[in-house]
Design a protein. Structure first.
Length: 681
């Protein structure tokens, strides 16, 4: 057993002893040294006390796992009330790591949910505990460490990062269910955190999700009541390990055998390199990145008036993505391929920045930059810029200046934000502006609303951005009334009203939409709604019905959707049904079928009569072992059928391996075998 695992096991045993001995009103304690405890619970809210401000928790360094007591007083985020089930949490550290532990009491332990077994798999349907940590003490960049009762881990690194564990930073967790609830503990090495050298204060909060109630509770309570990160707890007096320049190299090797001549590669290689400076700023470089083996999303075929946004799974763009512009200015899918790339990002005090450059042989280059200045936790201003240069196309530059401000409150949060965009394009045309702004209010329960305006000039052009259309002006009003129930078969109801009006170069636009949503505790969900209006000289009508079942079970959940109406003067019909299956303890499957009948416009703006298309997707996964999975996908789109099978090995340490038979992103089956190995040095 490794030293770190032994420490974690010893800590769990100590915490379990402390849990059994703790009283129902125990304050937060931390060990100043082994065998000696110092009370730090004076500023901690209990379930019945009013919050007077965020607590400050003196840090206590330890030489070995201590005897400790716990804190309770978690508060529900959506409803101003104590949590459903009592939760306790503990926090301490030594010279190499931070230790966190939770005791989650539960009067109905048989209903504890922990289906997800894959690291970084979605925990949204499971019971879980969460530890949020701001190592820069400015409330701008929080790490999130989450564990479900099966011990499955999920983490978020500020800004985003790639999947390889050694690259993103490894941490450990364990959990166990018993007759009184469940317990979890976490070990987070300081070496995986990007804190400035000499930092002596972290901000943090604890959270617990009770899955059967779809409810989240937080500590400290003042943070749950007024959701402003200024109200997070302070962990003061830390003696953090010195920070020195850290780097990691991630080379890969790839071999591809294919019937497609352009796909064949006997052996190719590439390298990612990342360095972290003592102030937490990250620099990243990549050479010959591989994008060919990534399993892309399958785009649904339901009708949309504009291009659909899709996520980008490529590691270079995932790393630090939160430090770069929104997709309306930089949509990374516009960069199809490149040979060399570099980026840097980070936060220094109140300043947050990101710089990216991607170069392809032949002269193609994409440069992106972003800068933000934050005023405390509730406001900020900034600038974004994108410079696109592609041989044979006009050089294009696009930029934006923006600002936002929030006024958090116990009953209502108010906010306002605005953006001004501009573009400059080489040659004639392509120089124009885009303006967007919005104001609104958000509440725990009751009425939310927002009002906004979007105006896009006819010549505005951001070639590396996702600009849905130009020459339009739109004003929108959105009202949403939501209420949750604790003692009812109905868990939540939501009423929705939207009204948009504006115009385009083709004519006026109006849209009125209403919707009603209801969720039942039994696991079913109903969504119904309708909308009517005018768009560019055509009547537009739509009605929809959505029904889901077993929505709390990732292995048995399913649903259907039916939409009908009129678009471009033609009847519109869309139907979808999907179902998940658990075929064996380690074997799962999901089947989805879609069918649409819809008209569209050609390049000249003429209506293309309604046509029918269909899509079928079958996906299956077998969990071979920890970090090892075998999967397959079959996609039937119209008369084209594609399939592939893959084996993935993602280990805590050592070589990650990907073997793919077929091409995941082709339209039809391709005789192809690809083997890719990845290391971290």
């Amino acid at each position: 057993m490794s030293d770190s695992r032994m420490r974690l096991t010893a800590l769990l045993a100590t915490i379990m002893c402390a849990v059994l001995a703790a009283s129902a009103t125990a304050p937060l304690w931390a060990a100043e040294e082994v065998g000696e405890a110092v009370e730090v619970g004076k500023a901690v809210e209990t379930a019945g006390e009013a919050a007077t401000g965020p607590p400050s928790v003196p840090a206590a360094a330890i030489a070995e796992p201590p005897v400790i007591d716990g804190v309770d007083g978690f508060w529900r985020q959506r409803i101003d009330a104590p949590e459903h089930e009592r939760t306790e949490a503990w926090l301490c550290y030594d010279s190499r790591a931070i230790y966190v532990a939770f005791r989650c009491h539960d009067a109905r332990p048989s209903e504890i949910r922990c289906d997800q077994k894959k690291r970084q798999g979605g925990l949204g349907l499971d019971d879980q505990v969460q530890f949020w940590l701001d190592v820069e003490n400015n409330s701008q960049n929080f790490y999130s460490f989450r564990v479900n009762p099966a011990g499955t881990q999920w983490d978020y690194v500020p800004g985003g990062t790639s999947e390889k564990i050694e690259w993103r930073g490894d941490w450990r967790a364990a959990a166990a269910i018993d007759e009184g609830g469940w317990t979890a503990e976490i070990e987070i090495p300081f070496s995986i955190l990007r804190y400035p050298d000499g930092q002596d204060c972290f901000r943090f909060d604890f959270a617990r999700v009770l899955a059967r109630e779809e409810d989240r509770s937080l500590w400290p309570a003042c943070f749950a009541k007024v959701f402003d990160t200024q109200n997070c707890a302070r962990w003061t007096g830390l003696e953090t390990p010195p920070v020195r320049f850290r780097y990691v190299l991630m080379p890969y090797a790839l071999s591809v055998l294919s019937e497609e001549e352009g796909e064949r590669e006997l052996l190719t290689a590439g390298l990612d390199a990342r360095g972290t400076l003592s102030n937490g700023v990250v620099a990243l470089a990549t050479a010959n990145p591989d994008f060919s083996n990534i399993e892309d999303v399958v785009e649904t075929i339901d009708f949309t008036y504009t291009e659909r946004w899709l996520p980008d799974p490529r590691p270079f763009f995932q790393e630090g993505s939160g430090y770069f512009p929104w997709s309306n200015l930089f949509y990374s899918r516009r960069v199809e391929d490149f040979d060399l790339g570099a980026k840097a990002f980070g936060t220094v005090g109140a300043e947050r920045f990101g710089v990216l450059d991607a170069y392809r042989r032949g002269g193609e280059n994409h440069f992106v930059c972003s800068y933000q200045h934050h005023f405390g936790t509730t406001g900020g201003i900034g600038f974004n810029g994108v410079d696109r240069r592609v041989p044979g196309e006009p050089d294009n530059r696009a930029y934006s200046v923006f600002g936002s401000w929030d006024w958090p409150g116990e009953d209502v949060d108010r906010y306002v934000w605005g953006d001004l965009f501009g573009s400059h394009t080489q040659g004639e045309g392509g120089d124009d502006t885009m303006v967007t702004y919005e104001v609104g209010e958000r509440r725990r329960q009751g009425l939310d609303w927002h009002v906004g305006v979007e105006q896009i000039g006819p010549e505005f052009r951001a070639d590396d951005g996702l600009v849905y259309e130009t020459g339009v002006r739109n004003t929108y009003y959105h009202f949403d009334y939501e209420i949750s129930y604790d003692d009812s078969s109905v868990q939540e109801r939501e009423y929705d009203l939207r009204y948009n009006y504006g115009h385009s170069e083709q004519g006026p636009r109006r849209r009125l939409a209403v919707g009603y949503d209801v969720d039942w505790r039994a696991g079913t969900r109903l969504r119904v709604g309708a909308e009517t209006g005018v768009r560019d000289g055509f009547d537009s009508e739509e009605r929809y019905l959505r029904f889901g079942w077993n929505r709390n079970d990732m292995y048995r959940g399913g649903g259907l959707r039916w939409v009908w109406g009129e678009h471009y003067g033609e009847d519109y019909r869309f139907a979808e049904i999907y179902q998940a299956f658990r075929l064996a303890p380690r074997w799962s499957m999901r089947i989805g079928l879609e069918r649409v009948t819809a008209a569209d416009l050609d390049d000249e703006g003429n209506v293309v009569p309604a046509e029918t298309a269909s899509l079928g997707v079958l996906q299956t996964t077998y969990e071979v072992g920890e970090g090892k999975t075998a999967s397959a996908r079959v996609v039937r789109h119209g008369t084209d059928t594609n399939a592939y099978a893959a084996y993935r090995q993602r280990l805590r340490r050592g070589m990650d391996l990907l073997v793919v038979v077929g091409d995941p992103n082709a339209e039809e089956w391709v005789n192809r075998l690809a083997i890719k190995a990845i290391w971290c040095l």
